[in-house]
Design a protein around this ligand. Structure first.
Ligand code: NDP
Length: 281
């Protein structure tokens, strides 16, 4: 039934990791990445371990600072300030979500913008929305690289971003706008979502609702990028897009898993390299 071209995020991510490794091998130093993990969230622990492994394989000196779930906000801020002052650290990432008693915003804002490899600091957010070069959030950056890999021409194209979070939807829309797409942002208050989606030549779904996007929401030939990661009661992982039926209509589509997911870590490695090059110039 599939007719869409399947966008192979694993392959594009592997190529990006190789390119980062080749570039770090040319440096006279090892870029340093510090990941701060507070508490024992199992999904975060798995994710942080894969970041560590991928970073070290790409010639980046990665270390994880594991703090107990009882860490206070001032204690966490002190750790971030210490990493800001540590010259061997080029990139700092505080793994979200943080335990409920810690407010994430002041922590993210304490990170030196030059080391903010997640691109969540307001200085970097502002630069992105002004269309200036900056450290860009890894997931939407990964989507841009997948779009580039499909060869789709973004200039003037009608793009719809489904979701307006600070982590995915908003930076995604800013990146597509900077690439000269004509961008619509849809969200939970959008009227007639299926009709809005059907107008899009490029549809990026980042809602966190399992298989919400159906075949009749997709324009024939559209490029569909599925950012969503949802676990079904039977344990299966699915995206925000009903993959099988949408693949029969779309021109190109990302699978879940194996689409956007692998790009996020690869882009984190590239951001760490870029931060290192900019700091040590
Ligand atoms: P958020 O929950 O922060 O944002 C979800 C967005 O979707 C909101 O803007 C919300 O609208 C909108 N939304 C929710 N329900 C509906 C609906 N029924 N109709 C229309 N819009 C709706 O999620 P994130 O942006 O953090 O993540 C989105 C998905 O991407 C999740 O599945 C997450 O797991 C995944 N993800 C994947 C990553 C990867 O590496 N592949 C990285 C980060 C996230 P409103 O603003 O109106 O509430």
């Amino acid at each position: 039934m599939t007719q869409a071209r399947i966008i192979d995020g694993k392959q594009v991510a592997a190529d990006l990791r190789d390119s980062v490794a080749a570039r770090t091998a040319q440096l006279s130093y090892k870029p340093g990445l510090a990941v701060v993990l507070v508490g024992e969230d199992p999904a975060s622990s798995v994710y942080v371990r894969s970041k560590d492994r991928a970073a070290n394989a790409a010639g980046i000196a990665a270390r994880t600072i594991r703090l107990p779930a009882t860490t206070t906000q001032p204690e966490l801020l002190a750790v971030v300030h210490g990493l800001n002052a540590d010259d061997s650290v080029d990139g700092i990432l505080v793994q979200l979500p943080l335990p409920a008693h810690i407010e994430s915003r002041p922590v993210l804002e304490a990170i030196d913008p030059a080391k903010d490899v997640d691109g969540f600091h307001p200085v970097n957010v502002g630069r992105l929305h002004e269309g200036r070069p900056t450290l860009v959030p890894c997931t939407p950056l990964g989507v841009m690289k997948l779009l580039a890999a499909t060869g789709v021409n973004l200039r003037g194209a009608r793009a719809l971003v489904l979701g307006r979070s600070a982590i995915v939807g908003k930076p995604m829309a800013a990146l597509l706008t900077a690439a000269d797409a004509t961008v619509t942002i849809a969200h939970s208050r959008t009227r007639d979502l299926p009709a809005e989606c059907r107008r899009a030549e490029i549809l990026v779904a980042a809602v966190g609702r399992a298989e919400m996007v159906r075949a009749d929401w997709v324009a024939p030939g559209a490029v569909v990028i599925d950012v969503g990661i949802n676990r079904l009661p039977d344990g299966r992982l699915v995206g925000d897009v009903a993959y099988d039926e949408c693949a029969a209509v779309a021109g190109a589509i990302t699978p879940v898993p194996g689409g956007v997911g692998p790009m996020t870590i690869a882009c984190l490695l590239e951001n760490t390299l870029l931060a290192a090059e900019a700091r040590r110039r």
